[in-house]
Structure formats: C-alpha cells, structure tokens
Design a protein around this ligand. Structure first.
Ligand code: ASP
Ligand code: MG
Length: 270
C-alpha cells in the first residue's frame, strides 16, 4: 500500500543512548508509519563523537569507554546471546578500524572525519537491528553512499544534485518496500568517496538534506529538550517553549548560537 507521504525523523545522541530512549524511537516510528513512510536519521550515542576525537588525539582510555557504552546498550537491548555477539563483533570491527586509522598521521582532518564517522555507523546498526527485532522492517544506510559533499573536511557542504540522485536511487527502493532506512547522521563523502562530516551537530542537517532530496512532507528533529525555547532552558529556568516559529527566526537563533539546531538545517527544509 502506498503511504500518503515520506517524512524524516531524526534522533540526536542523548535520544539514542539508552534502552528506554530506543523504545521511544520505536514508538515514534511505529506511530508515524501508520500514515507515512519514515526515514530515520540517528546520531552517535551521547559523547561518542568526543571520545572518538580524544582517541585520535592519543588518549588511550577513550576507546575503552566507547566500547563499554555500546556493549552496555546492546546488553540492555537483547537477551539473545547470538544477536549480542553479532553486534559486539560489529562494534569491535569498527573500533579496530578506528585504531588502525589513528596509527596514521591524525592531524589530518580527512582522517579525523573517517574516525568520527564510526560513531554514527555503530549507532545506526544497533538501532536498525533493534527495529527489526521488534518487527519493524528496517535497514542501516550509511550516508556516505548518499550525501555527496565538497572537500571541506570537518564541515563539508552537500552538493544538491548528486545527493538527490543518490537519495532517490538508494532510499526509494527501501521506502517502496516500507523498509525504514536507518541513516547515519553527520556524515557524507566527497565525489571521490572520501568520508566527510557536516560539522558538529550535523545530524540535524542530514535530516533536512534528506527531506529536501526526497521532497519529504516533514522533517522532525527529536531531542532531549522539549522544543525550541525563548532561551537555553539548561541555564534560564524561566525559559518558555515557542509554539510556532518561522524558518527565518529559527535560522537566526541557530546561527547566533542556540544549540537546539545545526545552523544550516533550515535552508534545505525551506
Ligand atoms: N555525533 C555528531 C556530533 O556529536 C553529530 C550530531 O550529534 O549531530 O557532533
Ligand atoms: Mg544536536
């Protein structure tokens, strides 16, 4: 059955880090799937990008924390030893690649992008597997196959035409089978296929890039703060949620430093 429309739903680091967060994702996806086809975009688990950067800078213990965070989430999510083992192995493989890359000259921004990309590669794998095990058809999609960018490693800009082509080629076949693509936020690749990142907090941008590319009817950004506030609610206790905001105002807030949205997110949405 053809659904009414496609929407993109994005969950950030703090919203993918615990079993109960991931159950929330499942609930949101199930609810939205009744009406729309859904593309899910996910960030790395909370703090993992920072820990990957620390690993690259030579901090030996960081890789252990990264491993523990993922192992403990996997253990919480599954009783089944076989599934656990498969995912532990996946985490280990990814972290081995991280360590291999880190042996090279890591001041290079290109290599740093490659290192941090594993945060989203691991989280999307775990979440896609979890959705499948609770009966929601889902498949991990690594966005370096979709989002084509310039070569500004560390804060790359996407190339609309090439990205649109790839999004159509890779995502439509899944959507048409009502499989939820679970897409890595934050990362893309140059035309030569070298991994790039869209800047810190870039998973919001991934969501709106995909929304633009597939002409989605909606882009939802879910986070641990309940909306856009009049001020940062972590610092200003009297801050109030804003019920409606124009693209212009949201964009200005983001550019002026409100942490709620990656500053470049609005334009593709418009
Ligand atoms: N994981 C990336 C970061 O920490 C991207 C994101 O969370 O949106 O910056
Ligand atoms: Mg964010």
């Amino acid at each position: 059955m053809k659904k009414e429309s496609v929407i993109v739903v994005k969950f950030g680091g703090t919203s993918v880090s615990t079993k109960s967060n991931i159950q929330t994702i499942v609930n949101v996806v199930k609810k939205e799937k009744k009406i729309h086809d859904v593309i899910l975009v996910v960030s790395a688990l909370s703090k993992v990008t920072d820990l990957l950067l620390l690993t690259a800078s030579g901090e030996k213990d960081s890789i252990i924390s990264i491993k523990e965070k993922h192992y403990s989430l996997i253990t919480d999510l599954w009783q089944d030893q076989e599934v656990r083992k498969k995912l532990f192995d996946f985490v280990d493989e990814c972290l081995d690649s991280v360590l291999t890359i880190c042996k090279k000259k890591i001041s290079d921004k290109k290599l740093l992008d490659k290192v941090v990309s594993f945060g989203e590669i691991i989280s999307s794998k775990i979440i896609a597997t979890y959705l499948s095990s609770v009966g929601v058809l889902a498949e991990q999609v690594v966005a370096s196959k979709i989002i084509v960018t310039d070569n500004h490693f560390g804060s790359a800009e996407f190339l609309p035409k090439a990205t649109k082509n790839n999004a159509e080629k890779i995502l439509w076949p899944l959507i048409n089978k009502h499989i939820v693509p679970v897409v890595t936020g934050f990362i893309g690749a140059t035309e030569k296929g070298e991994i790039t990142t869209l800047g810190r907090g870039g998973s919001d941008y991934t969501a709106s890039i995909l929304g633009f590319s597939l002409n989605a009817s909606e882009v939802q950004i879910w986070t641990d703060v309940n909306g856009i506030f009049t001020a940062d609610p972590r610092f200003v206790k009297k801050a109030l949620p804003i019920s409606e905001i124009s693209y212009q105002e949201a964009s200005e807030m983001a550019f002026l430093g409100a942490r709620v949205l990656h500053p470049r997110t609005i334009k593709p949405a418009v």
